[in-house]
Design a protein around this ligand. Structure first.
Ligand code: ZN
Length: 221
C-alpha cells in the first residue's frame, strides 16, 4: 500500500470536521493501514492534550452535578452491541468480504449494474451531495480515458488496478481532481473492487468506447 490520505484529511478526521462520506472512507482505509492508524493516534493524542490544556471554567460542583445527572439516567436495557461483522458481497460470481466500516451500510448497497460484463457498479445510497459507488473491474479491462468534474476519491478494497500515474493495491486511497485525465486498467489475472466517491459525473475525453456509449457524456462508475 503506498497511497494514503493527506495529513490534512487525517487531521480533519480526528477533529471531526470531515463530511460523513469522507470520514467513513478514511475509516475504511484505517482498517487496513497501520501507518495512518499510527498518525491518527498521534493526532488524537495532540487533540486530547489541546483539550486537556484548554482553559475551562468548569468547577468541581459542575462536575458533581454532571455525574449526578449521569447516574440518574435510566439504565439502557439494550444488550451490548455485537461487534460489527464483515459482510460479504457477490459480484461477477465472486464473493468479497466488505471492510467492517462499510459492512454497516451493506443494506444501502443498490443493484449491481454490468457494463459489458467488464465493469460493474453498485450505488451505496448514503449521501445526497455525492455519489458513492462500489466498482468492480474484471481482469484485463481498460476504461476509456476520462476526466472528472469535481473530485473523485477511490479506495481500493480488493485486488488492484493501474493508471498512467501508478499502480494501486488494496488499501490505497487516491484523490483525483478535475484536471487529471486517466484511464484505469487491470492486468490479465488481476481484478479490482473499489469504493469511489464522486462529486460530479465523469466526462470521457477520448472517443467514447462502445461499452460506455449508452450512458451518454457522463457516467458514474
Ligand atoms: Zn494510510
Amino acid at each position: 500500500m503506498s497511497y494514503h490520505p493527506e495529513e490534512l484529511l487525517l487531521q480533519a478526521y480526528v477533529e471531526g470536521t470531515l463530511d460523513d462520506v469522507a470520514a467513513f472512507t478514511v475509516a475504511i482505509h484505517l482498517e487496513s493501514c497501520p501507518i495512518c492508524k499510527r498518525k491518527v493516534t498521534m493526532l488524537e493524542n495532540q487533540c486530547g492534550d489541546k483539550l486537556a490544556n484548554a482553559q475551562t471554567d468548569t468547577s468541581i460542583d459542575d462536575f458533581d452535578a454532571m455525574f449526578d445527572s449521569i447516574v440518574a439516567l435510566e439504565q439502557n436495557s439494550e444488550p451490548f452491541r455485537a461487534p460489527r461483522k464483515a459482510k460479504p458481497i457477490i459480484v461477477n460470481n465472486k464473493t468479497f468480504m466488505l471492510p467492517r466500516a462499510l459492512s454497516r451500510f451493506s443494506s444501502d448497497i443498490g443493484e449491481w449494474r454490468s457494463y459489458g460484463g467488464k465493469v460493474y457498479s453498485a450505488p451505496i445510497n448514503i449521501a445526497e451531495d455525492c455519489r458513492v459507488n462500489l466498482m468492480y473491474i474484471a481482469e484485463d479491462v481498460r476504461i476509456p480515458q476520462h476526466t472528472h468534474k469535481g473530485m473523485e476519491s477511490t479506495l481500493v478494497l480488493h485486488g488492484g488496478f493501474s493508471d498512467e500515474d501508478g499502480h494501486y493495491e488494496a488499501g490505497d486511497y487516491l484523490v483525483k481532481d478535475a484536471s487529471i485525465k486517466h484511464s484505469p486498467f487491470t492486468k490479465p489475472g488481476e481484478d479490482c473492487l473499489c469504493l469511489t466517491v464522486l462529486t460530479e459525473p465523469m466526462v470521457f475525453t477520448q472517443g467514447v468506447a462502445r461499452l460506455f456509449n449508452m450512458f451518454g457524456k457522463g457516467m458514474y462508475p
